[in-house]
Design a binder for this molecule. Structure first.
Ligand SMILES: Nc1nc2c(ncn2[C@@H]2O[C@H](COP(=O)(O)OP(=O)(O)OP(=O)(O)O)[C@@H](O)[C@H]2O)c(=O)[nH]1
Ligand SMILES: [Mg+2]
Length: 377
């Protein structure tokens, strides 16, 4: 019922003059009144829609900042994660920087030992010392303590041999997560799923580790937490068949990213590698347009062993990035410098704890700064 129906006289409406802003009372016909009412209703609906959108945006912003405020923020997490490595390196370096009065062969020898014992690796240590000798000469450095800055500079440079890219996040992609037993593959898949979901990506998880029933349970929990779909097979089924199903589902559901968790528990290396290549062929055949990423997960606590694993995996499959886990539990953080410098495969993420937010994109400068930071906070 319109206002008009209630009155016998021709209604007056206030029409606002656009230029002066003044309201002018005018008589209007039934049709005009209906048009005004319709316009008002439309305006109200538009305002309500704008308010709803603003509230949605505010909620989204709050949830994004919640990702950080629920924990300590990027730098603090990195700093905490590298606690053991930093402490160990600082103690050893303090000893040689204060214990030597000049930069001589003994100084270099001692420094070499410190770097190797910090799991920076023999080859990378040699490279860094070569850099250091050159810089000391060129810049006429005399004080051993001044070598600290040179060391930081060289390490950063050594880690910049490869540029990390995260292109897969914005493409229709398939991410294989591979690695040996217990390094943190499933945890990494779970953490990545949540990260991607926070970025509003449609994520599908594939449980291609069919060797342990517990693996599927573990992944189901992560998938529930991240609120994303999970494709699984029965225990002992062919992982490639599960991958096939996952690809079909990813296509049908228009997933942005398909994350594939694989087994690290095959009875021998040959089987593991054959299985990987079979799964890769399924993707090549069934999902040729998908952007491919193969992340090799390495447990930083294993030090040089991680370097060996990275070499072996990269011989049989095209590794596009590394994930160094358990950085929080080791003084062997220097291994990141070694893998980047020696293998030229970028470290893309580091794991600094078991919680979902404890997975960081890797940044060489910040990593080295956190490793050498002076004061404990
Ligand atoms: N402290 C710490 N623990 C981690 C990190 N990443 C994973 N873990 C722990 O390492 C253990 C093994 O992790 P999983 O994700 O099950 O490893 P996986 O590679 O899937 O193991 P398999 O499937 O058995 O080969 C779990 O207890 C994780 O919580 C990390 O960055 N820091
Ligand atoms: Mg697993």
């Amino acid at each position: 019922m319109s206002v008009y129906d209630e009155y016998e006289y021709v209604p007056q409406v206030i029409i606002r003059d656009e230029k002066t802003g003044e309201g002018v009372s005018q008589s209007v016909s039934k049709e005009e009144l209906a048009a005004v009412e319709e316009r008002e209703a439309w305006k109200k609906a538009a305002e309500e829609e704008a308010a709803r959108k603003a509230a949605e945006e505010a909620e989204k912003a709050a949830s994004e900042s919640a990702e950080d405020s629920s924990s300590e923020g990027f730098w603090a997490r990195l700093y905490r994660g590298l606690f053991k490595s930093r402490k160990s390196l600082r103690e050893k370096l303090a000893f040689i920087f204060s214990g030597f009065s000049e930069i001589d062969d003994d100084f270099y020898e001692e420094l070499e030992e410190v770097l190797i014992s910090s799991d920076i690796g023999v080859q990378t240590t040699e490279d860094i010392l070569d850099d250091l000798r050159t810089m000391v000469k060129e810049r006429h450095i005399k004080e051993p303590a001044d070598c600290r800055e040179l060391l930081i500079e060289s390490m950063k440079e050594r880690m910049k041999t490869t540029e990390s890219s995260y292109d897969y996040v914005d493409k229709t992609s398939v991410v294989f997560v591979v690695g040996v037993n217990g390094v943190g593959k499933t945890t990494t898949v779970g953490k990545l799923a949540q990260k991607l979901r926070k970025q509003k990506k449609k994520v599908l998880i594939c449980a291609a580790d069919t060797f342990r029933a517990a693996a599927v349970e573990q992944l189901t929990e992560w998938a529930n937490r991240a609120q994303c779909d999970l494709i699984k097979g029965s225990e002992g089924s062919d992982p490639s068949a599960v991958v096939f199903d996952a690809v079909s589902a990813a296509k049908a559901r228009r997933a942005d990213v398909l994350l594939i968790d694989t087994a690290g528990r095959l009875h021998n290396k040959k089987n593991l590698m054959a299985e990987l290549s079979k799964m890769n062929s399924v993707i090549d055949r069934e999902y040729p347009d998908a952007y491919r990423e193969t992340l090799l997960v390495l447990d930083a606590t294993t030090g040089q062993n991680a370097l060996v694993q990275a070499k072996e995996f990269s011989e049989v499959t095209d590794i596009t990035g590394l994930v160094m886990t358990k950085m929080d539990g080791t003084a062997k953080g220097g291994i990141c410098v070694a893998v980047e410098n020696e293998l030229h495969i970028p470290v893309k993420y580091i794991g600094v704890g078991e919680k979902v937010e404890d997975l960081e994109r890797f940044n060489a400068d910040q990593f080295v700064d956190a490793l050498f930071a002076e004061e404990e906070e």
